[in-house]
Design a protein around this ligand. Sequence first.
Ligand code: ADP
Ligand code: MG
Length: 620
Amino acid sequence: MALLQISEPGQAPDPHQRRIGIGIDLGTTHSLVAAVRHGVAECLPDEQGRVILPSVVRYLEGGGRQIGLDALASQVDDPLNTIASVKRLMGRGLADVKARLPYELIDKPGMVAIRTRAGEKSPVEVSAEILATLRYRAEDSFNADIDGAVITVPAYFDEAQRQATKDAAQLAGLNVLRLINEPTAAAIAYGLDHQSEGLFAVYDLGGGTFDISILRLTRGVFEVVATGGDSALGGDDYDRAIADWLLAQSGTAAATASLSASARAQLHRQARQAKEALSSQDSVALDLVLDGHRLSARLDRALLAQVTEALTSRTLSAVRRALRDAQLGKDDIQGVVMVGGSTRMPVVQEAVRAFFGRDPLTNLNPDEVVALGAALSAHQLVGNRGADDILLLDVIPLSLGIETMGGLVERIVPRNQTIPTAMAQDFTTYKDGQTALALHVVQGERDLVADCRSLARFELRGIPPMAAGAARIRVTFTVDADGLLTVSAREQVSGVEAQIDVKPSYGLADEDIARMLQESFSTAQQDMQARALAEAQVDADRMMLATQSALELDGDLLSPEERLRIDTLLNELRQVRPAGDAAAIEAATKSLAHGTEAFAAMRMNKGIQQALAGKNIATI
Ligand code: ADP
Ligand code: MG
């Protein structure tokens, strides 16, 4: 029997009105966009059916630009205005740029710029052109607006490089749901996040870079435990090795230096075609004319392996180093994910298989795997829950909480909580008639506010005057997918509300996090004592305050002896409070509470009598 489906209140009954999230792999040489359609992630093609967009932008005479394949085709003829590999420049100053690039860089504070015929271009602007092209492609495929995008970045990207990527996406009109690490995206594409735990290696050999990442999965959350690689080692180097071999073969090595820029580009293109052909065939013939010199040769797989041997073993050295950094052996790795077009080379797959002693995961397209994982993540982040569950990707590095009386921290979001998340706790007022609450948001594992990091302060005003402890103030911590924290406080009866936005992870380097954790472990005992004392003092203060206000209001109910006894207990408590002995304070507080029980009963009776005065039994 078919079941009728009923939509949730407030949600569109039309299942096609789902929100659209896209995943973008903004690569050094290639970029792709993917999305979940009909429940599966797929790369979105352009009008010609191609999914790969070369990450190349060419600035034309007269203000136009070419993006992708057209730009790539002009690289040979117009190298100065054709910007490729711009990812290497994101968030980098001139001194940081190691790559040799065929266009002209200008030194600028913060980030280099590129001199083109269309003026100086920032790497952010160039990347935005690529991202916008992919955004239009997605809009065309869905014939709808895109709600948000997940963009991937290398695991080693620092804050400046990540910020530059975010800026580029915003410039391209994208709503960035989150930046995720490329290896994490690849692991998600292979569904490795559905296992409960494990250690995985992601081997990513792209066009110009090699990255190795070791990921640890714990309860659905990936953590990058080590990264390594070589930012100047990739498919291009294989091309160069083939080109050099070809020149040497033809005895024109001497001419290399004098080869024109366009001849050199042509040579590299041919070498690359030969290399790619060898991934599906055993041998290939090369034949070309460069600046009047004719080159021809035949290349086969065995020869390719020989010519590029040094490059492949450099990748394996980096893998070894990363494992050593993570203090892991090859045997600890439960799966190896292959990413990047260059992992199509049988010689590379063979080397990785031999190294780990297991078959690497290669059944997804290595060009697409990062974009596919980003799409799965975007799909979930825009609010479309998968059939089975949510993907858990990121965690809060240190607990988040609020300062309570006595300089204590009440933790609201515990460390390692996965984000996005929202957690709430109720608080109350401390004094009778209190109409405002000072909220202090802190981060850290220690029990005392003084030992944690202060994030923000704000106030909730307009609480209606009530007896101490009667107000119900709900404080909610919401951490979005980017780690942006919003803290809101709402008094439940009157509905008065206040909130503040905080960026919890900003400015806190990994070393700081490590240090704060270390301190919290080594001082747990000390913290517990401090917490007990502060709590005892808060209780004592509350008890003294309540007694005093009761005496002021209803002191006349007491006989002089009764009054004296209470005053004595009050004085005793007042004296032990500053001494710093939690047990003594607790005992004195208890005595005062005990000694005022009869008084409290008298006050209650008086209240009832007042309420009943002048009323007929029948009316109550
Ligand atoms: P990036 O992540 O740096 O943008 P990609 O992952 O797209 O790079 O990889 C591009 C590289 O993959 C290029 O060097 C290209 O020559 C290489 N490549 C693509 N297809 C093949 C193939 N069939 N065989 C060998 N190499 C390939
Ligand atoms: Mg890549």
